[in-house]
Each structure stands twice: as C-alpha cells, then as structure tokens.
Design a protein around this ligand. Structure first.
Ligand code: RIB
Ligand code: CA
Length: 323
C-alpha cells in the first residue's frame, strides 16, 4: 500500500479523485491538504469535509491550507479573479461553489495548517511518502521554502497541472499552474521524482454521459456522487470549454488512477518542464522542452502526453464501485 498525501482545491474533479484514492486498496491516504484554487479556501475546505462526511470517512484528517497564492495576487492587475467563488462566471457550472452534498456537521478541519502538516509529516516519517497535489502548488512550495530537507522523504510527487498543447484558463496556461506559477516553479526545481499528468493527458481521458450513467448504476455512495459530478461537468464543459458532445475531462482522477495503474497514461516521457513567471501574455504557461532546447537542463519530471480513455473509464468505474 502506497502512503499518499493529497492536496486539493475541491471542486468536482478533486472530489472524484479523493473518492478514487479512498476506494482503492492500493493507496493509504494519510491526510488531505486543502488550497485556494477552483474556489477560495473556505469553499475548497468545506467541500472536502462534506465529501468525507458523506462517505463516512471522517477518520481522514483534513488540513486547511493557503488562502492565496504565494505572490501572484500582489500586483492587483495580475490575478484580479483570485480567490474565486460567490459570483457567476463562465466556468461556474463545472464545479459550483459548493459541492452538491449535505453541509458537514461532524467532520472538522484539524488544528494544524497544511504547510505545517507537510513539514511535520515529511520530517518525522520513517518511510517515504507520495504526494498527489491536484490544485495549485502553494502549500507544498511554502513547505519546501521553510524546510527544504523534506524533499528527502518524498517518494514521488504526482501532479495534475501544466499542459504542452493546451490552455484552459488563458490561451496558453493550465489553471493550477496559472493560479500560482511561482509555487509550480519551486516544486519543479525541488529535485524530487515528479510525474506530471497534464491537460494533454486528461483531455484524452474524457468521460461520456452514458458512462456517467453506468457509474451511477454502480450504486455505492462514491458512484452516486461521482456520477452526478460528471454529469454536472458535462453541462459545464459544454459552455466553458467544449470538448466533444456529452463529454468531460475529470482531470484530477487521472492522477490518482495513474498511481493504481500506470497504463492509464500513455506517451510518458522524461522532460524538462519550466513555468513562465514573467507576468506577460503567457504568464503561468508551462514550458515543455520537447526538443531539448535548454542544453544545460536535465529532465525534471516524467510528463504524460496522452492517456488511454478506455482503460481510464474502466478503472474509474471499477474503483468507484469497489465499496
Ligand atoms: O486545469 C485543471 C485543474 O484545475 C484541475 O485540478 C481542476 O480541479 C482545477 O483545479
Ligand atoms: Ca483540482
């Protein structure tokens, strides 16, 4: 069983990723950190708590993380939209502000914040831990700045973020890295083993409305919630970023399922990946050095350029049905 810490900006696809991690025997979820991203920290934290309470998994600790990116909101013109939430905007339907589940009553956030949790856990652990950040990388980057030695106890970081051929928030940038480009830069330069599951892969692993019906028919609490979230995403993507009729990506779930079966991702190559922090037109864009233009740079990650849609949907359905 691989021990993992998740870092989420819950969000419909984060919620499905969390459910996949909790449903499989292959992974032990030590803790879940929350971060500003899809919505402000109040939303992403409460959404995580209500999901765990709905699933009856209150024993999983939740650590509230950073309310804002490291520095990207400092010049007021750079990220005026952050933090998101409480107002209508183009991508509103993809997540909604609150997940469509009952408000949490019993499940509470831990006293410790997410950055302190990373530092304490990665300092004291006797065995290496895998990190699965599927939101902006703020918590992890600040922990690495505060105590760089924690990197020694990281088994691997499997990141949902970045893109080679796509942008989903600007024409050039992927959302998680765009939110906090400086944090992405710190994590990419940290020296740990990193695997990136970018938009290039998640947009190959689309799920259809018919497949959402099959997931709903699985009948478990996870199936019922995930099936509804996928249907919501299909409605949202039709407006926000059409990807094919009656289809949606479920980005964050692909990163978790990759830990269970690597073959859900394809065309995974060692790559040097950087991020534009220059505050210009391509601010937050991931720079993927496919032609080795940076002669002095060694690969700093494995980058998944594609995914196997059939395997992903099959494993997603099986995992959500498991209990
Ligand atoms: O770009 C996709 C990513 O942005 C996903 O992690 C989604 O949840 C949002 O955070
Ligand atoms: Ca996310």
């Amino acid at each position: 069983m691989r021990k993992i810490i998740m870092d989420v900006d819950t969000g419909t696809d984060d919620a499905i990723a969390i459910m996949c991690a909790l449903q499989t025997e292959e992974l032990e979820v030590l803790g879940i950190c929350t971060v500003n991203g899809n919505r402000g920290i109040t939303y992403t934290t409460e959404n995580t708590l209500r999901l765990l309470e709905y699933l009856g998994r209150e024993e999983i600790p939740v650590y509230k993380g950073c309310a804002l990116p490291m520095v990207s909101t400092l010049p007021k013109w750079r990220r005026p939209e952050i933090p998101y939430g409480g107002k209508e905007f183009k991508a509103q339907e993809v997540h909604g502000d609150w997940l469509d589940l009952p408000h949490s009553v019993n499940k509470k956030v831990e006293d410790m914040d997410a950055v302190s949790y990373y530092i304490k856990t990665l300092t004291e652990t006797k065995e290496k831990i895998t990190l699965v950040p599927v939101g902006p990388l703020t918590n992890l980057a600040i922990a690495m700045r505060a105590k760089p030695e924690i990197v020694e106890n990281i088994e691997e970081i499997v990141i949902m973020g970045a893109a080679y051929a796509y942008g989903n928030i600007t024409a050039t940038a992927e959302f998680n890295w765009w939110c906090d480009p400086e944090a992405a830069k710190i994590v990419m330069d940290c020296g740990a083993k990193i695997t990136i599951v970018p938009l290039d892969a998640t947009h190959k692993a689309l799920v259809s409305g018919k497949e959402a019906d099959e997931i709903l028919a699985g009948g478990t609490k996870a199936c019922l919630a995930a099936g509804d979230f996928i249907k919501r995403r299909i409605r949202g993507y039709a407006v926000f970023q059409p990807v094919g009729e009656d289809m949606t990506p479920v980005h964050d779930a692909l990163a978790v399922l990759y830990l269970i079966d690597k073959s859900v991702c394809e065309d995974v190559k060692p790559m040097y990946v950087d991020v534009d922090c220059g505050m210009g037109a391509s601010d937050g864009m991931s720079i993927v050095d496919v032609d080795h233009r940076y002669e002095d740079k060694e690969p700093n990650c494995d980058f998944a350029f594609s995914a196997n849609r059939e395997k992903f949907v099959e494993l997603l359905t099986k995992t959500l049905k498991a209990r």
